[in-house]
Ligand binder design. Sequence first.
Ligand code: ADP
Length: 347
Amino acid sequence: MDIPAQNGAEFLRSASQQEPLEQANKLRPGDFSSFTGQRKTVERLQVMASAARSRGDSLNHVLLSGPPGLGKTTLAHILGTEMGVGVRVISGPVIDKPSDLAGVLTSLEEGEILFIDEIHRIPKTVEEYLYTAIEDFYIDILIDQGPNARTVRLSLPRFCLVGATTRVGLLTAPLRNRFTLQSRLEYYDQRDLLTIAERSCLLLEMEAEKEGLLEISSRARGTPRILNNLILFARDFAQERSGGVLDRKTAAAALEMLEIDSNGLDEMDKRLLRFIAENYRGGPVGLKSLAVGVGEEVQTLEDVHEPYLIQEGYLQRTAQGRVLTDKGWQTVGLPMPDGFQEQFKSY
Ligand code: ADP
């Protein structure tokens, strides 16, 4: 068998962005009952969907935020199923001009859900057209130029906008405030990840021991998409190297091949911590310098690596820049210098 020539960082980047379509569809929960975790968000969505259904109304607009791979797209599809309506999926950066948006909006059907992924990346000139579209269901489009220029009002069906963003802070207040419900998805805890892992194994008809799944879920960075990708790789590994059963030893060996350590840190995480320790004496350091230093895109650092390293206490965001914590120093294998942390005010 060909083992993918990927290191852990590449694996994480691709895993956090996408999984093979066929597998993604197979493992994606299709209704609320098979969607594990995120209780608060799920409950809010259930209330909204049930109320809208009994009024015979369309859903109110929803903004889902949080790191990639936590279930935003999945929830939009589940809402579609609950409401018995179609879901159109589009990515924010693809909507380049007002006419692109007008094309999408006018093709919607009554009650349909429009899911805009990475909604913070819609250009500001286009964003303004969304205001009237989602509030009053019309858009004014400028036709022609010069003396012939005129505005045409297009009325739209009542649709539901589900916006997804990894960075809610980049959304302008006027857009953010137009969402009736704003809900943030959190990283999953161990128990929920184990449940998801067990479900995935059942769907993949794969033989796995609980210890093997625990090993994998404890290193999946609280993210179902990463978890599922690790399971898919571990399944291949088990098949090729250990008679097909995913036990603890096989899981650990598969993860080692991907250079994912016992805390779920991959090669890029460790490189990042080492870089701050060795080149900036623990920080503070700005994100752009970090990205150049470790050879990664700013957006990937900000969306994938940094939130996890901060949540797990390896890194701290301060007014002056990113700073290593005691745990970060320990991971690098160096002692934190005396009085180091007191210098920085976190925010
Ligand atoms: P996002 O839109 O937030 O990037 P997705 O909705 O695409 O994330 O989820 C990524 C994958 O993770 C899905 O294909 C699905 O298989 C899995 N997944 C996400 N959330 C859950 C969950 N709560 N339970 C089970 N699987 C999940």
